[in-house]
Design a protein around this ligand. Sequence first.
Ligand SMILES: C[S@@+](CC[C@H](N)C(=O)[O-])C[C@H]1O[C@@H](n2cnc3c(N)ncnc32)[C@H](O)[C@@H]1O
Length: 218
Amino acid sequence: MHRRFPSVAVTAVDPDARLLDRLRAKSGPNAEWLQVVTGTVDTVDVGVAVDVVFSQLVLSLTTDPAHELRALRVLMRPRGLLRAAVVGGPERMRAFAGFWAAAEAVVPGAAPPVAYPHLRFADPEMLRRVAVEAGWADVRVEPADTRRTVTSAELWDWLSLTLPLYTADRRAIPLQDLGSTLVEELRLSVLSEFQQYRDARGWYDVPTGGWLLTGTAG
Ligand SMILES: C[S@@+](CC[C@H](N)C(=O)[O-])C[C@H]1O[C@@H](n2cnc3c(N)ncnc32)[C@H](O)[C@@H]1O
């Protein structure tokens, strides 16, 4: 984004600081155009009206996507654009559901509190309606069949960094708090679950796609 539009200022928001540390490391020490905020749309203060918001594989994992969409809408300048990649539908969600099934086998209760909340978006019309009710205009939901091809080390790194785990009493739990033995068990369980995506070279070709939700701030 910044390479194509050098004058752009980017604010990256995620409640998980590990993801943002990685982004900072990738962007280099002199990326003045980048502000990273550990938090959510409720806590971020961008300071100006936002032109474009990109949300990638987040709405399907939050407990209240309607709230997130309303709160994003408030941040926008008139006619500002929304582009959100949303995981949706049982088939497309198979890979992520597999992660939690593997996690549950090692850490009971590890799946998100609402059982697979993304399944709410199996119906694209439902996703469209949630966005319209949140105040977005020109809302469209199109299928987006994306995949990610990774090595086994990258697979574990990616999944363990981006998918939340929970305890039996429904608190989100950082991976490192599980202790190294459980983490190793979890890693093996996940790799075993993901064997189905392994190709002849030993790479994993994982379906991540779902919907591309677009809209404008009316
Ligand atoms: C599947 S990961 C996607 C991460 C990243 N956007 C990407 O595409 O690689 C889901 C992310 O959603 C973040 N998340 C969960 N709840 C959130 C919320 N309410 N607001 C913003 N991010 C949230 C998690 O911390 C996690 O990093």
